[in-house]
Design a protein around this ligand. Structure first.
Ligand SMILES: Cc1cc2nc3c(=O)[nH]c(=O)nc-3n(C[C@H](O)[C@H](O)[C@H](O)COP(=O)(O)OP(=O)(O)OC[C@H]3O[C@@H](n4cnc5c(N)ncnc54)[C@H](O)[C@@H]3O)c2cc1C
Length: 381
């Protein structure tokens, strides 16, 4: 058992931290206020190899593991979650890398790290969130094409993506409920594709979110990910397993960023003739926050390490995602409290961090769904 990061991992974290600290603080508030995707920042991050760093070298990425991806996400979220989500511009490319045909890999992967394309994954629908088996979006087979009809809700990058991996029903007649689905790549310039940007989000406002309508969008049959129909559900579960670790890292990062800001603040702020840091109750609070973060980091790294070493463990992944999401919310809440009234004002980062943290308890599976997974593994079905 080795708890030390390798020199390469340390280097990756350090470079990610330097990039985020150099680039995010100057624009974070503005893009949060404008609710706009920071396109220039994303381009710069592509130029430095951060985007799609898990994509294999032959397709233009760095060929790193998902643990390293999670570490970079953690460092980015530590400085600003909204800007940090530029790393999600490859969301779904994991599927192509794992299950795509050679042609799909050649078409869809290289433009992502090069900064020539953005992608996303559309699963959620207005009436099918946690219960993904209840989706209604249909990819109807007509000759060599699919004709896609339906609505997807809350899709990250939905209004800025060049293509989306869309979770559809492809075999409506199949008896096995789990075998009805397929994932179809849809280019967003196809006739009948309509994206409507969602504004007014509580947090991660620099991250694009949209509602998508597919009005009989025609795509070639070869856009189905993989060779066979009916594999979509299993493919999506695999994507969740990877991305829940990355989401867990978001919780760790936002909590770490909040803790560091709180430490700086309590060392400076004086009340009753002494710094806040000199009160024991505040020292205890800092100690507790740091301990919670370390526990969620260890769990997150362990879950990520296992994925990279062929041991995907849904229970462990769900534990990491649930705990880190909850710790993110808890620590940002405590850190804001330590800032008193100043924490409540947008001039301080704490207000934004507090809003941003909540999403980790919702997307990529709500915390209740994570607990369902953990309990199911422990108790059986
Ligand atoms: C900013 C943002 C970005 C997103 N990005 C994407 C994206 O890129 N792609 C995508 O497909 N989706 C995306 N989502 C959607 C997200 O994954 C869903 O919102 C989430 O899965 C929950 O679904 P829902 O909102 O329909 O809530 P529901 O499923 O309706 O759940 C409502 C509440 O009921 C609870 N609940 C539901 N079922 C159970 C149960 N069996 N037991 C106990 N409690 C239960 C939930 O935990 C939750 O607290 C995004 C959402 C947001 C807000």
């Amino acid at each position: 058992m080795d708890f030390y990061l390798s020199p390469r991992q340390k280097q990756i974290k350090m470079v990610a931290r330097e990039f985020a600290e150099g680039e995010f603080p100057g624009i974070a508030r503005e893009y949060d206020r404008k609710e706009e995707f920071p396109r220039e920042l994303w381009k710069k991050a592509c130029g430095l190899g951060f985007i799609g760093l898990f994509i294999k070298k032959e397709y233009g990425g760095l060929g790193l593991g998902f643990l390293e991806f999670a570490m970079v996400m953690e460092e980015f979220w530590r400085v600003d979650p909204g800007c940090g989500n530029i790393l999600l511009t490859t969301f779904g490319s994991e599927l192509i890398q794992l299950y795509g045909t050679d042609e799909q890999k050649r078409i869809y992967l290289p433009p992502l790290p090069r900064g020539e394309a953005i992608m996303g994954t559309a699963i959620t629908e207005p009436d099918a969130g946690s219960d993904i088996l209840s989706i209604l979006t249909l990819a109807k087979r007509e000759g060599d094409e699919y004709v896609i009809s339906g609505t997807k809700q809350f899709i990250t990058n939905g209004s800025i993506a060049n293509y989306l991996a869309v979770f559809c029903i492809v075999q409506p007649e199949t008896e096995s409920r789990l075998k009805r689905f397929g994932i179809v790549m849809v280019e967003t310039d196809r006739p009948g594709f309509v994206a409507t940007k969602i504004t007014g989000k509580l947090g991660i406002r620099a991250s694009d979110t949209a509602e998508i309508r597919f009005n009989e969008v025609r795509v070639p049959k070869k856009n189905l990910i993989g060779e066979e129909e009916g594999e979509g559900f299993y493919q999506i579960m695999r994507l969740f397993n990877i991305n829940r670790v990355v989401a867990a890292a978001q919780g760790v990062g936002v909590a770490q960023g909040a803790l560091e800001r709180a430490i700086q603040y309590v060392k400076k702020r004086k009340q009753f003739g002494q710094t806040l840091a000199s009160f024991q109750s505040i020292q205890f609070k800092i100690a507790e926050m740091a301990t919670w973060i370390e526990a969620s980091r260890v769990l997150t790294y362990q879950a990520g390490w296992m994925i990279d070493h062929g041991g995907v463990d849904p229970k462990l992944i769900s534990m990491a995602k649930w705990l880190s999401g909850e710790i993110g919310v808890k620590v940002t809440n405590e850190a804001l409290q330590l800032h008193g009234g100043y924490g409540y004002i947008a001039d301080y980062d704490m207000e934004r961090f507090y809003r941003d943290a909540k999403i980790v308890e919702i997307y990529e599976g709500t915390k209740e769904i994570e607990k369902n997974t953990i309990a199911r593994e422990l108790l059986g079905r």
